[in-house]
Design a protein around this ligand. Structure first.
Ligand code: PLP
Length: 354
């Protein structure tokens, strides 16, 4: 029977997002959301938003929000691009910066699993570079890789391991002919952002999101910071696809959030101290847990990731598990509030004592 689907779309394997189940209440530690609420200033922007403004199209280039981001990041408006989630910003990077018949993109074999999906969707070739045996990025191998650009999650997911600014600077300087896209979705929990380097390096684009650090996953907004020429490329790609990706409400709420640095720094500090506690507790329960620079832990156990994942789900705690050769011993566990993490630890003790 005719399906009406193109053979191209039928040939693709789309990204699978983490579960967002609605069947019962879970302690949700599977998609790296911030356990603390958005800033009171963001809440105020939402409460006082004039609904009549929704009659009109929003600023197509999100200029007010770009100004707020530019102020917070110490750059100019022309250095900022906004999209409907950083997923959209990252997706637009592929047609903006890579040729179908070119040398393609490179990224780690264990990293954000959306990258190969974006490349396939835009028919851009890619190669993967294995992590080192200690799960860190093999930057020397990236420097040697024959490619037009590198997608580098920093801190990496799902390992949580970060690359400091000095190391990043050396890496970007060493690769002047490659575009480095630094996906800093979790950088707020590390504090080593490469944004300041974008002023000196025209081959560096930093991508960030409101979903994790800014506690606004539900609003869908992300942005890129880089040289004006790169930003113009992203605008050209956007205007071939969706002229108004960031709605007016989103622009108002995110502008308020990004201007409340103090609130978010305090929330991130709570996450970091909880991260240290949870890691110690997990190691005590027999897990292998690399030091994390992020708001989640990459936790391996001799009994296997699936055993842990299933046992936790039965007990009402959700974590992320990937059934692949390299990841099957691990779960990725989002840092929750101390109360949520206590529930996780209680469930783990129960599972492991059986
Ligand atoms: C969560 C995440 C994103 C996507 O963020 P959105 O802005 O919600 O689309 C991008 N990159 C990485 C590595 C992430 O973990």
């Amino acid at each position: 029977m005719k399906t009406f689907l193109s053979s191209f779309i039928s040939s693709l394997t789309p990204y699978t997002a983490g579960e967002q189940p609605q069947d019962r209440r879970y302690v949700k530690l599977n998609t790296n959301e911030n356990p603390y609420p958005p800033s009171p200033k963001a809440a105020e922007a939402l409460r006082t938003f004039d609904v009549d403004r929704l009659r009109l199209y929003p600023s197509p280039d999100a200029d007010g929000l770009r100004d707020a981001i530019a102020r917070a990041e110490g750059v100019e408006r022309e250095n900022v691009f906004c999209g409907n989630g950083s997923d959209e910003v990252l997706a637009l990077c592929i047609p903006a910066f890579f040729d179908k018949g070119g040398r393609g993109a490179a990224f780690a074999d264990i990293t954000y699993s959306f990258y190969p999906v974006f490349c396939d969707f835009f028919s851009v070739p890619y190669r993967t570079v294995p992590l080192k045996s200690d799960y860190t990025m093999d930057l020397d191998a990236f420097s040697k890789a024959d490619c037009d650009g590198i997608l580098l999650t920093n801190p990496n997911a799902p390992t949580g391991i970060g690359i400091g600014r000095a190391v990043m600077e050396k890496f970007v300087a060493e690769n002047p002919d490659k575009l480095i896209v630094a996906d800093e979705a979790y950088m707020g929990f590390f504090g080593e952002s490469a944004v300041s380097l974008t002023k000196r390096f025209k081959n560096l684009l930093v991508v960030k999101t409101f979903s994790k650090y800014y506690s606004l996953a539900g609003i869908r907004c992300g942005y890129a910071v880089g040289d004006k020429a790169l930003i113009r490329g992203l605008f050209a790609a956007k205007d071939c696809f969706n002229s108004y990706p960031v709605d007016a409400l989103c622009q108002a709420v995110c502008a308020a959030a990004v201007s409340d640095g103090e609130y978010y720094a305090a929330a991130a500090e709570k996450v970091r101290s909880e991260r240290a506690r949870l890691r110690t507790e997990l190691i005590g329960l027999g897990f292998f847990v690399p030091e994390s620079a992020s708001n989640f832990l990459f936790a391996g156990h001799p009994k296997g990731g699936e055993f842990i994942y299933r046992g936790l789900k039965e007990r009402g705690v959700l974590v992320r598990f990937w059934n692949t050769e390299k990841l099957k011993n691990f779960c990725r566990i989002t840092i929750g509030t101390p109360e949520q993490d206590d529930e996780l630890l209680f469930a783990l003790r129960d599972i492991l004592s059986r």
